[in-house]
Design a protein around this ligand. Structure first.
Ligand SMILES: Cc1cc2nc3c(=O)[nH]c(=O)nc-3n(C[C@H](O)[C@H](O)[C@H](O)COP(=O)(O)OP(=O)(O)OC[C@H]3O[C@@H](n4cnc5c(N)ncnc54)[C@H](O)[C@@H]3O)c2cc1C
Length: 488
């Protein structure tokens, strides 16, 4: 094994998704001597680069609301569901503290990306489970994940203190010898670096570590099968890859909420490869901009309810036939929704996932559904499913609609995001104590951010809050690790 070249004053970031890149950027801004970013894949970006709906923030200058949006915290607590109302008061306080940190820092996170990194976040949409439009994306053709990652990486590459090593998989955290802790207990050994593999070569690097290796929705036969065997057979939006949680539990980290897995209600079913287990996400903003879901030509849910509720409404119905567990549901966008989501729609049409039809070519059940929904969208009748926001839906329900074109595709629920992960505190230190412990026991020298962490989203993550957690907690983790590196 090649020995460690550095002296402990280098910040080590593991994983080049948004959490890792943000941590690297924050560490450099906090005067770290050097930052080395280790990435297992050949290309940087992780699942972050696929993000298509946007990033949450409130209140921001991009939100065109008459009153400042102050409900982000309460929406997030509501979405987190039962897990946040744990009987252990300390645990409840800690979970709410993390949510407060996430939502209170959200406007600054959007400002950081827009003002310092130059990302266009001027278009704001309301996604499911939100009581206001607060999910930001750009007006151009590049989806938000790709735009954010490309710009952030470009910025980092201009700094001579930054080094990105791809094809470099971290296989072990290196720790100091065991040290006695306070009050007769023992604190876990400090992390002093990592060992990684590049091709056939093993190397190590010394320094404080920010761990940002993402979730485990793509680990179908490993962590997912272990914690949620009932989800086997569902397709996924995540690249197939194993979760890295064991590397952290090996050094004492506690896991929380590992059985809390988010099912996204709408993964596209490609008519040419219906049985592929990897699905393209039908971005939530397609529904946010007015799109509706149909089963046999009829709506069956408020499409802007939480992902969990919409997914359950689909999965309560009879699945379709075939080797995968999937359902025959249509996503339909009217001309107003198609136009507002034009850049997404063009991509999905090019991929063969959406196609166009005139309203007059639809079957009578679907046309009748469109008439009713259009009346609700124009506020002539209340919506039967209680939907109150209709995006840019433009059909009126009259004969003039017949010549208009709608966009239609097939969708099905997919595993999408894992709410569970390692326990952290508000400084992003990885904890070896449970969330209800009297005294917190951070693992010295180790921070984590992004989807690898647990305890923030509880039962259900709101759309747009994952990119946000990467930025908010990535910045904290990077700053903290840089401070540690400077003190070495
Ligand atoms: C299709 C899709 C669309 C989405 N859209 C949105 C959206 O619009 N808004 C939103 O908020 N969220 C969205 N999400 C969720 C969000 O993108 C992810 O949860 C988030 O980006 C995770 O970021 P991360 O940095 O934690 O992990 P990732 O981006 O997954 O990055 C982790 C990186 O760590 C690397 N890695 C893993 N193990 C090792 C190791 N041992 N050594 C070195 N490197 C390692 C991986 O290769 C990967 O590059 C979407 C997710 C998907 C799949």
């Amino acid at each position: 094994m090649a020995s460690a070249v550095r002296d402990g004053r280098t910040v080590i970031v593991v994983g080049s998704g948004l959490a890792g890149l943000t941590a690297a950027s924050a560490a450099l801004q906090s005067n770290a001597n050097a930052v080395v970013l280790l990435e297992r894949a050949a290309k940087p970006g992780g699942n972050s680069i696929k993000a298509s709906s946007g990033i949450n923030g409130a209140p921001t200058r991009f939100q065109l609301q008459s009153h400042p949006d102050t409900a982000f915290f309460s929406d997030t607590v509501k979405s987190a569901g039962k897990r946040i109302y744990s009987e252990a008061t300390l645990e409840q306080t800690r979970r709410k503290g993390l949510i407060k940190l996430l939502t209170d820092s959200s406007a600054a996170a959007v400002d950081f990306l827009a003002n310092e990194i130059g990302v266009d976040l001027s278009v704001v949409t309301q996604l499911g489970g939100h009581s206001a439009a607060r999910t930001h994306r750009g007006a151009g053709r590049t989806p938000p994940g790709a735009d954010i990652i490309t710009r952030l990486l470009g910025e980092l590459r201009q700094d001579s203190r930054f080094e990105l090593k791809t094809d470099s998989e971290v296989i072990r955290l290196l720790s100091s010898s065991h040290s006695p802790g306070p009050a007769g207990s023992s604190s876990p050994p400090a992390i002093i670096g990592v060992e990684y593999r590049s091709g056939n070569e093993l190397s190590s690097v010394a320094g404080p570590v920010v761990f940002a290796t993402g979730g485990f929705a793509g680990d179908a036969d490993g962590l997912l099968a272990k914690h949620r065997p009932d989800l086997s057979g569902l397709p996924s939006t995540n690249e197939p890859r194993s979760g890295m949680h064991r590397l952290l539990t090996d050094v004492g980290a506690q896991l929380v909420d590992m059985d809390s897995v988010q099912i996204h209600p709408t993964g596209f079913v490609d008519p040419l490869s219906r049985d592929s287990p990897l699905k393209f996400l039908a971005a939530e903003m397609l529904r946010g901009e007015g799109g509706i879901l149909l089963h046999n030509g009829r709506r069956f849910v408020d499409e802007l309810d939480t992902r969990e509720h919409v997914s359950r409404a689909i999965m309560d119905m009879e699945p379709g036939s075939g080797p995968l567990k999937q359902w025959d549901v249509q996503l339909l966008l009217d001309p107003g929704a198609c136009q507002t989501a034009a850049s997404h729609v063009a991509f999905y049409e090019w991929k063969g996932l959406l196609s166009r039809k005139k309203v007059s070519e639809l079957d009578e059940t679907t046309r009748s559904t469109l008439r009713d929904y259009s009346l609700a969208a124009t506020k002539q009748i209340p919506d039967v499913f209680g939907r109150t926001s209709f995006g840019h839906w433009a059909l009126t329900g009259g004969h003039e609609d017949d010549d208009q074109e709608v966009c239609i595709g097939w969708v099905t629920p997919v595993t999408h995001f894992t709410m569970g992960g390692v326990a952290i505190n508000d400084k992003c230190q990885v904890l070896s104590s449970s969330l209800d412990a009297e005294t917190e026991a951070p693992v010295p020298g180790l921070w984590a951010a992004g989807e690898i962490t647990g305890g923030i989203h509880g039962d259900n993550r709101l759309g747009g809050s994952s990119l946000l957690e990467c930025v908010v907690f990535g910045r904290i983790a990077g700053e903290q690790a840089a401070a540690e590196a400077r003190s070495n």
